[in-house]
Design a protein around this ligand. Sequence first.
Ligand SMILES: Cc1cc2nc3c(=O)[nH]c(=O)nc-3n(C[C@H](O)[C@H](O)[C@H](O)COP(=O)(O)OP(=O)(O)OC[C@H]3O[C@@H](n4cnc5c(N)ncnc54)[C@H](O)[C@@H]3O)c2cc1C
Length: 186
Amino acid sequence: MRWGPGFGGHGLDVENLTRAEVETRLRLWDEIRAMREKPGIASVYLAQTATGIGVRETRRILGEYVVTEQDAIEGKRFPDVIAISSNPMPSYHGKRFFFEHEGFDIPYRSLVPKKIEGLVVTGRCISCEQAPFQSARSMAPAMAIGHASGCAAALAAMNKIPPRKLDVKTLQKLLLSQKAELRIEV
Ligand SMILES: Cc1cc2nc3c(=O)[nH]c(=O)nc-3n(C[C@H](O)[C@H](O)[C@H](O)COP(=O)(O)OP(=O)(O)OC[C@H]3O[C@@H](n4cnc5c(N)ncnc54)[C@H](O)[C@@H]3O)c2cc1C
């Protein structure tokens, strides 16, 4: 498996995305030709590529709470925790930053948009500053957050209430019963 080639630019600009899609695929062939010149891997071949260009980050919602850089650095705990983010921040001031704690809490409020009613966000849309988001958007935290937002949406629908009005303790109990790790007892 091979990583890259990478492409900069803006993940919301259609022309840039199209250029990225075309250029990375062409550059890949150049890289494979160059690899074939190296000793021992003359027979390297392309089996498969991703179906589409992957974009790490674009827009995030402004929620009831915005998780901050400080929250991440100090491993902040919140009473309305619904997931924990312990992944490093891969490009924090140019370096991979590993936490010296077990992770920072993702509060339920960061999944609830400040303005829009009847919506829970998840994964790459949560309300977060960019630095902690580098950690929270990683696959493991994204899965835990997805678990929480799915449960929250189901509970809100079943109880016919907007997600903003959801009793967080009920959500936490449900998550704990499904083996979520929250570092609390409810
Ligand atoms: C190049 C790259 C490398 C990465 N490397 C790593 C890594 O090494 N380690 C790591 O932990 N994380 C890595 N990440 C980050 C991680 O993969 C993503 O941040 C994470 O998968 C985001 O999860 P998500 O659920 O928010 O979004 P996604 O995984 O993108 O899921 C969104 C889903 O919604 C679907 N969808 C979109 N629109 C609609 C619609 N209208 N109707 C129905 N479905 C729809 C999409 O098809 C997709 O399946 C990487 C990301 C990228 C782009």
